[in-house]
Design a protein around this ligand. Sequence first.
Ligand code: SF4
Length: 653
Amino acid sequence: MNISNIFCKDGILAKSLKDYEYRPQQVIMAEAIADNINNNSHLIVEAGTGVGKSLAYLIPFILWAMEENKKVVISTFTKALQYQLVNKDIPFLKDALRLNFSFALCVGGENYLCMRRLNQAGSHGLFELDETEDLKRLFEWKDKTKTGLKSDMDFEPMPKLWQKVCREGDICFGKKCSYYEKCFYQRAKAVERKAHILITNHHLFFAHIALGWNVLPKFDSIVFDEAHQLEDIASGYLGIEVSNYRIKNLINTISNPFTKKGLISRLEWLTPHTISEINLLTNKVRRAGDGFFGVLSEKLDGTTKRIRVENFIPNLLKEPLINLSEGLKPLMKSAENYEDEKEILSLIDRCITLSSDIDSIISQTLTDHVYWGEIDGKRIRIAATPIDISSILREQIFENIKPVILTSATLSVKGDFSFLRERVGLNSGNELALDSPFNYRENVMIYTPNGISDPKDTEEFKRDVIDCIKSILNITHGRTLILFTSYEMLNKAYDALNRLNSSNRLNSLNFLRQGEMDSYKLIEEFKNGDNLVLLGTHTFWQGIDIPGDALQCVIIVRLPFQVPDDPVTEARLEKLKENGKNPFIHYQIPNAILMFKQGFGRLIRTQSDKGIVAILDPRVRTRFYGERFLSALPDCVRTDSIEDMKEFFDRIR
Ligand code: SF4
């Protein structure tokens, strides 16, 4: 079996797939991947929408894994792609190729029910009154489920209940557990160890690296699909952070004064004196935590802030956490069984790690990290994030595993991959840029209106944008996605457009905005409704897939430059400057172009999709970098005339 007789016009795929279309780009990609597997070299592939990249990498890797008995990890950014691979593409290939390869979906341990914790908490009455109903359902479900996975439940258990019964790495007893044979997680791990293909996501993959390569089984090669997200996801996992929730969770696990639950209520052999001593120590941590996060939130003043100086607030938590860990140590000696001993030990470790993490952040001992704090609702956190992860990824991944494949529809700036290579530390291997097989010239018009003020004139820009959106919507009558770069602008536009709608200056449209309901539900509503306009920011630039007539117009309000006042971005820009590079040219422009291509890519999802992309930001025409943005897009007809746009839209409607 070889690549060409699988992909050719009368090949295996053509015989198995009813609407199979031969796409030369897909064959080129599959052959390039096969070559790089044989040559043991890394490969970056940018594959435009419609190339069919998942089959193009799956097939050569399945053949290799079967022939050489290798194990391959496929890591994605979105769950949607993960489920497409597991539920559609791979089962299809198993049938079509008639190969007996095995595969497994790898998810984090916290997604599995832990039988030991469930039974322990049930028998010691560790649950709270409001959890009784969900607990009953959990006990019924555990006898029916084959996977023990939370995603397989037909109800959503209370998060605080699930936290008490899910698998937690540091208190998993592994082979010493009396439930080992029945354990859902251990069974899943056994399947993963035997599988040729493992499907996971970037979050779990980088958690695997951060935890010393201890989460996934040993593997031989990796494909990062949706690889444009690597730097941001990796940075999040390779740093450290401490939140008020993490402190609360730790002390409530030891002793919760409100519910009277926690470890010490379960250890029946503790003397009243020891219980009151531990309670005293946990109360001290609780009070210190309240003080610490109180001072922190005053300093942050409701925003995300960079912390530039050491010891910017007193480390009130260090001593109480160490005292608590010391107070727990004598309990280890009196523990009556392995289970108690292991749990006490893990709590001691958590106190010590937490104390050391806070210390590293407050005293800023980690080099090449940016320190910052954030208030997000009730959650207050401080963090240290590596500024440049390229050397970490190079040492940990690219010098360790071969081949590594990076793929996505947006990795290059007009075929130039240097930005991605620099950011992720990949300075070897090959690269390939493949255009989409779709006919953009026929099916898409790019509209760049004249007369919109420069975004630096904020109020004029906002006014012009609303006027222009109104004109566009009066042509499209909905079926439009509007992409913003900030919630502030999104909300202002939402209010203004609703006012226009109520005063009959728009044709009875319905507006949906990101954040008003779960994103998945919002997109489903948009797909199935009439006269709808969807307003989104951030994740909506890249995470949504709306094929067909429901979406015929994408409006890009502003070029998606990352805001330099985000602490991590700011630190990256400073670092480039220190290294003698112009951060705007070397970071902000290429980064924004990749995001811009993602936003543009929302419009055309299938061969028959047609529509308009309106780019309202005048800088694509007036600034020196504007043409770099436009020329990074597929070849389309461009216009600055609303009449042309209307004529095109009437034709494709
Ligand atoms: S092996 Fe670990 S996850 Fe499984 S039941 Fe035991 S403690 Fe829970």
